[in-house]
Design a binder for this molecule. Structure first.
Ligand code: HEC
Ligand code: HEC
Length: 379
């Protein structure tokens, strides 16, 4: 049973591989078992652009006060998250939501926790670069020219931007900065978890992992309803795929005062649609590399994977006291797919073991994605 469901997961990827239109030459091969990523036609992948993007991703000169880079909140060792519940921007403001992993981000249908309008990495990047509420990198009308100037003056960039944007009269400009970083992010692909190797017949799952997979993919735990794509999310897209309807769910984290309310700055989809019934609806994130991405949920309010499993086993979170008190299990906005599972200790341990098999530790160390400003570690 689990074997077949696993095959279905693998086949979701393979249908896309069967779409054999000729590809432009690309140094970025799609890993076995994964479909081909969508790449905007005006920003094709090239090694030169990815190299520029990698450097910019790690360059603190790319913030208003030259203190932070993308990597400040998206650290490679943590699968490009930052280990905090709520990150702090370059001017000291706390962000309401936690930083999601960027591994396999090229395949996400929508970006950030609950915004159906952010569809490309190029568009999303306006937020960390230029947002003012809250400030991330803090680039604004007053310092925009100065920040660009820092990049334009740098010798490395003066040599490498023209290679990445051949024939451009002014290669070092904002559009090209954004395109390069987006290309670097699209290059961060990982398909080498134990689970991937198992699908390819190259590794075995332990008995516990295998039982955990049955729980995850079967109806006893039902996780696959929302974490069922090859990314273990329910919002995956790839080249040639129809744009699937984009789903967001309330998984019962809060029910403040029994009204279904969520903390003020984290309303989820409702913040965009203005509809009460969208309260607390967030994206079911990818569970790949989840052993590296604690703390969990949109606001990092569950510290451990054990805590996440207890949350689902109970069918919602009970907060007994304080400003957020309420029983998430009874929330009027909770997705009906979230119901008490009453898992045994063994089932919990099995689910945990399966979740751990989705982690590819090599992505956290791969020198292709590492900080180019740091010398490689000496052996
Ligand atoms: C101060 C911390 C911080 C910095 C700096 C930062 N990010 Fe983020 N990033 C976040 C947070 C928090 C979110 C989630 C925001 C939300 O859901 O509202 C996020 C979300 C994202 C996402 C969406 C991922 C997904 O799967 O939905 C991408 C892509 C991203 N950031 C890329 C970048 C890039 C590129 C830079 C540099 C230009 C950058 N970030 C700088 C904190 C940061
Ligand atoms: C109804 C859809 C749904 C079902 C079923 C579901 N999840 Fe989720 N899951 C979500 C949503 C939505 C989030 C994010 C919620 C938030 O942050 O408010 C989430 C978050 C998570 C996270 C945190 C990931 C991170 O990076 O923060 C983990 C781990 C997780 N789910 C595991 C599971 C497991 C294990 C099961 C089965 C027991 C399961 N989920 C069932 C929708 C679902």
């Amino acid at each position: 049973m689990a074997f077949w469901t696993a095959c279905i997961l693998a086949v979701t990827g393979l249908t896309a591989l069967a779409d054999r239109r000729p590809d432009p030459p690309s140094p970025f091969a799609t890993p076995a078992g994964f479909p081909k990523a969508r790449v905007p036609s005006d920003n094709p992948m090239t090694a030169a652009k990815v190299a520029v993007g990698r450097r910019l991703f790690y360059d603190t000169r790319l913030s208003g006060n030259a203190t932070q880079s993308c990597a400040s909140c998206h650290e490679q060792a943590l699968a490009f998250t930052d280990g905090r519940a709520q990150p702090v921007g370059s001017t000291g403001q706390t962000l309401p939501r936690s930083a999601p992993s960027l591994v396999n981000v090229a395949y996400n249908s929508t970006l950030t926790w609950a915004n159906p309008a952010l569809l490309t990495l190029e568009t999303q990047m306006q937020v960390p670069l230029f947002a003012t509420h809250p400030v991330e990198l803090g680039i604004n009308d007053n310092n925009r020219g100065a920040v660009l100037n820092r990049i334009q003056r740098d010798r490395w960039y003066r040599k490498h931007f023209p290679r990445a944007f051949k024939g451009a009269r002014h290669p070092i400009r904002w559009t090209n900065i954004v395109r390069s970083i987006a290309s670097f992010q699209r290059s961060i692909v990982s398909a080498k978890s134990r689970y991937d190797r198992y699908l390819r017949g190259k590794a075995e799952l332990t008995e516990s992992q295998s039982r955990g997979m049955d729980l995850f993919l079967g109806e006893d735990a039902g996780c696959h309803h929302c974490h069922g794509t090859f990314l273990f999310s329910d919002q995956a897209t790839y080249a040639g795929a129809p744009r699937a309807p984009v789903l967001f769910h309330n998984n019962g984290l809060y029910n403040i005062g029994g009204t279904g309310a969520y903390p003020e700055d984290n309303q989820g989809l409702a913040a965009i649609t203005g509809r009460k019934r969208d309260t607390g609806k967030f994206k079911a994130p990818s569970l790949r590399n989840v052993a590296l991405t604690a703390p969990y949920m949109h606001d990092g309010s569950i510290a451990t994977l054990e805590g996440v499993i207890d949350h689902y086993s109970r069918g919602g979170r009970l907060i007994e006291e304080g400003p957020f008190a309420g029983d998430g299990r009874d929330s009027p906005y909770k997705d009906p797919l979230i119901a008490p599972l009453n898992l045994s200790d063994r089932q919990k341990a099995d689910l945990l073991a399966f979740l751990e098999s989705l982690t590819d530790r090599s992505v956290a160390k791969n020198p292709k994605f590492s900080d180019p400003f740091q010398p490689p570690p000496s052996r």
